[in-house]
Design a protein around this ligand. Structure first.
Ligand SMILES: NC(=O)c1ccc[n+]([C@@H]2O[C@H](COP(=O)([O-])OP(=O)(O)OC[C@H]3O[C@@H](n4cnc5c(N)ncnc54)[C@H](O)[C@@H]3O)[C@@H](O)[C@H]2O)c1
Length: 356
């Protein structure tokens, strides 16, 4: 088993091993005081893994209630959040009990935010079942729900008490969702360079990555750990993790979330890197390496929207402040910089990146 310890304000372990889902009960029971949990999942994941998770918890002497909501970003909202809290109250969850988030980033973000606020904060356990949640969303304590006017607009920093990652659950993940996670893995490769970049190169594509999945997840979590430990509350170096997000996120919103998160990030990285090469910030070979990786993982290298469509959405991005946004710009594999950029200037960046 691979264990990554996260030394945040509330420290915890990320455990990664195939078959670990069946150990959920004993692992949760080992966290002091937890007698009862609310197991939260979406309908798809619940049908696949809900019973196994609940059985393991009950066999370990933990009482289990469940809250299941429809899958998809559209349900990461205040209404479902309210229903979850009502369910926790009627189930008799106390301040020493916990929520368990079994699912992808949508389940994790919603459950984490509910845990951050229920009775002024209770513990929660992340059990990620998508690659994106395994390498990114389940670690680091960012929790949120969406408002009709914007994604992740209501949230809190609240670290999980444990992250239990069983890569076997990824076997049922639709290929498009697996590739979405690969987009985030490629982002880490570009950010960190070095070993992860070499591992990704050696994988040659999704099949190779699946064969080395525990190792890849652990390497990504270690990288995220470094950013979280250095800047838990996202005021400095952690913002580098937004590489590809400024443009990618705007495209995701315009698509009504039909584009996957990782796919949009992949295209956003390609656009910003292409523009960075044109403007003399980035080495051309870095762009070449990124584009060939995206191709091998069947990920997009351009955005399906024009600059004029993307800009108004970027203006509403919660990371935009005082008319500026911090654009994360690659210089080389393993070297990125933050460029505080006036929002109107982004039009030139988008055009240089290929988004006419
Ligand atoms: N908190 C963070 O730091 C952070 C970081 C990145 C992304 N996010 C958030 O994560 C969300 C995206 O997460 P996601 O990509 O995991 O999406 P998701 O949670 O919507 O899952 C994608 C789809 O896969 C299904 N699914 C999940 N696990 C499955 C499995 N094992 N087998 C079959 N189907 C399965 C789900 O039901 C869903 O339909 C976004 O809301 C994003 O804002 C949060």
């Amino acid at each position: 088993m691979k264990t990554v310890h996260i030394d945040a304000s509330a420290p915890y372990d990320v455990l990664i091993e195939s078959g670990l889902l069946d150990e959920l009960g004993p692992r949760v029971a080992a966290i002091s005081g937890i007698r009862k949990v609310l197991l939260v999942s979406d309908d798809t994941v619940n049908a696949l893994y809900g019973n196994r998770a609940a059985d393991s918890l009950r066999q370990a002497g933990i009482s289990v209630d469940t809250f299941v909501f429809p899958h998809g970003e559209a349900f990461k909202n205040l209404e479902v959040y309210g229903e979850l809290l009502e369910k926790a109250l009627t189930a008799g969850i106390t301040r020493t009990d916990a929520f368990v988030a079994l699912g992808g980033g949508v389940v994790g973000d919603l459950t984490g935010f509910a845990a951050a606020t229920f009775k002024r904060g209770i513990r929660f356990i992340q059990v990620p079942t998508t690659l994106l949640a395994s390498v990114d969303a389940s670690v680091g304590g960012k929790t949120a729900v969406d408002l009709p006017g914007g994604k992740n607009q209501v949230g809190a920093f609240h670290q999980p008490a444990l992250v239990l990652c069983d890569p076997c659950t990824l076997e049922t993940l639709p290929e498009e969702q697996f590739l979405s996670g690969c987009g985030e893995v490629i982002k880490y490769g570009l950010l960190a360079g070095g070993e992860l970049f070499e591992i990704l190169k050696a994988c040659e594509g999704p099949a190779g990555l699946k064969a080395d999945i525990e190792n890849v997840i652990a390497r990504c979590v270690e990288l995220k750990r470094d950013y979280v430990q250095a800047d838990e509350f996202d005021t400095g170096v952690r913002m580098l993790l937004n590489l590809g997000h400024t443009f990618g996120h705007a495209a995701e919103v315009l698509s009504g979330y039909k584009l996957t998160h990782g796919g949009a990030v992949a295209a956003g990285m390609a656009v910003v890197t292409r523009a960075a090469v044109k403007r003399g910030y980035c080495r051309p070979e870095t762009l070449g390496q990124l584009l060939s990786q995206l191709e091998r993982f069947d990920l997009p290298a351009s955005l399906p929207y024009r600059a004029a469509e993307l800009l108004p959405v970027i203006r509403g991005d919660k990371k935009a402040a005082g008319g500026n946004i911090n654009l994360i710009v690659p210089e080389a594999q393993g070297r990125v910089r933050v460029l505080s950029t006036a929002i109107p200037e982004l039009e030139g960046w988008l055009r240089d990146g290929g988004a006419e």
